[in-house]
Ligand binder design. Structure first.
Ligand code: MF3
Ligand code: CO
Length: 248
């Protein structure tokens, strides 16, 4: 079901979005060669709890951590553990928290140390693909407008689009209707003022094919080439949009 948020709900979702951004600012201070992904998860978990928020992923369908950390050929839903970040890794942090019941979902991909120009471009262009998509958002626009804008931008920059996962409505539930695909799936659903959606392109340097790891969570590229992810929670307004989780 698609939910339309009241003015009060929108205010709470803005608050949730602010806490989400603050958590990222803290995580960024810890993103260094040698840090374990488990440590990053703990930093996020403790900060979220201290701020009277709830880490939405922890326990969601049995997910064992507070955030998802996906490195290099991992596309999404990497589980934090003993692994240490190393020079040249690209690390996506996917962070969902709720405040007074309302969820805010955002993802950033970071380069640790130095990386090749093509990896830098992958990360940069995944972020820019989000902005191409979000520019289409306004009351009366269709989901397809967002999807096509993301797909066209990705292809124009030589990147492939992961099709197995998509963005989504968000509010009292982490995943609400409608789906927000990153490729043209002919989704004619109309956006309405007061809807809140997560737009989240997942783009690959190589082929679009992905598979589910034996841990039953981590999604990886079949060709082992790197993947990047960028996401924000976005309010649909009459004439456009408001990004609730920042635009960094
Ligand atoms: N941001 C992720 C998504 O929209 C959240 C995954 S939470 C998990 O799918 F518990 F499934 F990992
Ligand atoms: Co999401």
């Amino acid at each position: 079901m698609i939910s339309i948020k009241s003015a009060r709900e929108i205010e709470l979702m803005r608050e949730a979005g602010k806490f989400n951004q603050l958590t990222f600012r803290l995580l960024e201070k810890h993103l260094k060669v040698g840090v374990t992904t488990k440590m990053l998860d703990k930093v996020a978990h403790d900060f979220i709890i201290q701020n009277n928020c709830v880490p939405s992923c922890l326990g969601y369908e049995g997910y064992p951590a507070s955030i998802c950390i996906s490195i290099n050929d991992e596309v999404v839903h990497g589980i934090p553990g003993k692994r240490k970040l190393k020079n040249g890794d690209i690390v996506s942090l996917d962070l969902v928290l709720s405040y007074k019941g309302y969820h805010a979902d955002a993802t950033r991909t970071y380069i640790i140390g130095s990386a090749s120009q093509e990896v830098k471009d992958l990360v940069k262009n995944t972020r820019l693909a989000f902005f191409e998509g979000v520019k289409k958002v306004k009351d009366g626009a269709r989901v397809q407008d967002i999807s096509k804008a993301i797909e066209d931008f990705a292809h124009a920059h030589g990147l492939s689009v992961v099709e197995e996962l998509c963005g989504h409505g968000i509010g009292l539930e982490m995943h609400e209707d409608p789906d927000i695909e990153n490729f043209d799936n002919h989704n004619m659903t109309k956006l309405k003022e007061g809807m809140v959606i997560a737009i989240e392109p997942m783009l690959n340097l190589g082929s679009k094919e992905v598979y589910l790891e034996s841990d039953d969570w981590t999604i990886k590229t079949v060709d082992k080439m790197p993947s990047s992810h960028y996401e924000n929670t976005v309010l649909v307004t009459k004439d456009g949009y408001e990004i609730l989780t920042g635009d960094d």
